[in-house]
Design a protein around this ligand. Structure first.
Ligand SMILES: C[S@@+](CC[C@H](N)C(=O)[O-])C[C@H]1O[C@@H](n2cnc3c(N)ncnc32)[C@H](O)[C@@H]1O
Length: 262
């Protein structure tokens, strides 16, 4: 959090420490938009995400919240760092339409769970889970605040030798694409492990795609290989065990069950 505190005023400098995140919008915004549009029959032409409630967890200065708001979504951006939220609020206030569609709060996901059970159609957590201490609790909280069938979008970094070389040695120490100390390799997560965590906590993973950053062009593209950066889309299911537990309890209380037990 100290690292992000030091750069909290720099979010909207397109050439600065967050330039790779600005560039990532070129692929992550269509990724989120297209999957959400494919889940609904009704689209307003100018505002394809109109009426969709999105939670942007770890929103930073709002680099992803704003383009999603421009597509018509009602976005709630949260980030534990107050200074990030201050920057995000100041920036969206320059645009009256965004100002109405987006709200920002300085808090963690865990802190808002109870007041937001099954409230959101989608969650985006882009370049965040590699900074989270307890990923399983993060996924469980995501499950709770999503409506049934809701979407969870994650972009993050794989835990491989090549991700250490490209993501830490090259990006931080040699090319200074991101400041030194941004990432901790121990917190990187292999896609199989993320998939397992998601699926054991009530999600179905339907999309996993590799992402490639070209530091010379400052651009991102989709890539067959997930060994460095990747994006995941998972949908919240209704848990089977819960349904059968409830049915089982109902059966126990039913007159037939009472009859059978006498
Ligand atoms: C690399 S930035 C990504 C910002 C934004 N998602 C984007 O892509 O533009 C990581 C953000 O995650 C936030 N963060 C760090 N730890 C977090 C946690 N445990 N829960 C939620 N957000 C966290 C940081 O404050 C920072 O704003």
């Amino acid at each position: 959090m100290k690292k992000f505190q030091a750069w909290s005023a720099k979010w909207w400098d397109e050439e600065g420490v967050y330039s790779a995140l600005h560039a990532m919008n070129d692929i992550r915004v269509p990724f989120v938009r297209d999957i959400l549009m494919s889940k609904s029959d009704h689209h307003d032409v100018g505002c394809p995400l109109s009426g969709v409630k999105i939670l942007d967890v770890g929103c930073g200065g709002g680099l992803l919240s704003e383009p999603l708001g421009r597509l018509g979504a009602a976005v709630t951006g949260i980030d534990p760092l107050e200074d990030n939220i201050r920057t995000a609020i100041l920036h969206k206030s320059e645009d009256p339409v965004l100002d109405k569609l987006i709200q920002y709060k300085p808090c963690t996901l865990e802190e808002i769970v109870e007041q937001n059970i099954e409230s959101f159609d989608a969650i985006v957590a882009s370049e965040v889970v590699e900074h989270v201490n307890d990923l399983e609790s993060f996924i469980q909280s995501s499950f709770q605040v999503l409506k049934p069938g809701g979407s969870l979008f994650i972009t993050t970094i794989n835990k491989t030798k090549i991700s250490y070389i490209l993501g830490i040695v090259l990006a931080e120490k040699i090319m200074s694409i991101v400041p030194e100390g941004t990432h901790d390799w121990d917190k990187f997560i292999p896609p199989e492990e993320l998939e397992r965590l998601l699926e054991s906590n009530g999600f179905v993973v339907d999309t996993l795609r590799g992402m490639l950053y070209n530091p010379l062009m400052g651009s991102w593209s989709w890539f067959d290989d997930t060994s460095v950066n990747y994006a995941v889309h998972a949908s919240k299911t209704v848990r089977q065990e819960q349904t059968s537990d409830i049915d089982f309890e109902k059966e126990q209380d039913s007159p037939k069950a009472a009859e059978a037990s006498t």
